[in-house]
Ligand binder design. Sequence first.
Ligand code: SF4
Length: 447
Amino acid sequence: MKTTTLPRPPRVGLVSLGCPKALVDSERIITKLRGDGYQMSPDYAGADVVLVNTCGFLDSAKAESLEAIGEAIAENGRVVVTGCMGKDAEVIRERFPDVLAVTGPQQYEEVVAAVHEAAPPSASPFIDLVPEAGLKLTPRHYSYLKISEGCNHRCAFCIIPHLRGDLVSRRPDAILREAEKLVEAGTKELLVISQDTSAYGLDLKHAAWNWHGREVRAHMTDLARELGSLGAWVRLHYVYPYPHVDSVIPLMAEGLVLPYLDIPFQHASPKVLRAMKRPANDAKVLQRIREWRAQVPDLAIRSSFVVGFPGETDEDFEYLLNWLEEARLDRVGCFRFEPVEGAPATSMEDQVPDEVKAERFERVMALSARISADKLAAKIGSTIDVLIDAIDPETDGATGRSKADAPEIDGEVHLRDAGEFKAGDIVSVLVEDSDAHDLYGVSIPSS
Ligand code: SF4
């Protein structure tokens, strides 16, 4: 019998830097490339071409991206660059003249074309190797779901709108179809991401589309309700406190959406917020938080803050600390203001000295660690649902997350028994101990 040897499929190495949105871009690109017959290479040596998906949000992220490009050039030599730093093509080309192609964020067709050029696809693409839900870089049991791209705001410290353009929302039926496939493929948790989740659908004038015989508007509330009906945990990220956010709180009370809100407040002082040009900065936020917690007592609120923004005085900073004491947020991330080329805040007067930024940073972190420790200690003795992320065969323990913990950025729940569990299982856990960020407990049979 005559046999035919198929040509070896070309292999692509991937270095993915940056935020979850960039990770979703990487997933889309590799899904397309796998559809075209490419295989992924786990190392530089086995790759016919290396794709570096860069982040250009902060100068430190740009430096990291340039370092990654340099490493890929040194180790492999055939490099295609994409992502946010693609906007700085001249900088990249000047430093690395051997780079094969530079494309910008969301230029999926261009980056795929550049890979085709660098390592042409073989004649028989293995299209059927592509799972229904596409290829994922996150573990199988949780998935980021990007609902829109770009942003209509112009915060003074941010160059995202410059990099990614104004808000462009995906149609709700397309998002729901993707979410449904992900859940069918084993996703237990959908992490909704965008630059501004509360603005979802504004550009589509909140028009309605048909989804399984129902009208679903391109609106955060409709989308959250439908996602909640798919049977997975639904976690909302990057929500700004516009008035209509109040309408997703009842969905949390109903159990359709996780009692979790990731709201990037960035500051509390009205003066600093105005200088930052933050959206929804005039909302009576503390009062709103009290009302949300009255409806959903276990609501977890995560936020991030910037200290040392130009013009931030001692009084502004004290205002922020007092606000944090009052708000008692569950999870707080803090950043020292970093000038970014092209952002208006970079050329503002009254830049804050680095040592003052460092001191303010330490004080915010210490305060939020204390609040977090108090709140976690109050959970000792309670029973919570935990989504298992990993089993540790050495200790026979497991690590997972409660409904209050997003992957990578929040705390974890450590189980001293892994039982028969596997990643992706949701188990009941009796909380026995806590520290500043994590919980410790033991699984109990679910009732
Ligand atoms: S809301 Fe502000 S910080 Fe967020 S992406 Fe838009 S401009 Fe940037």
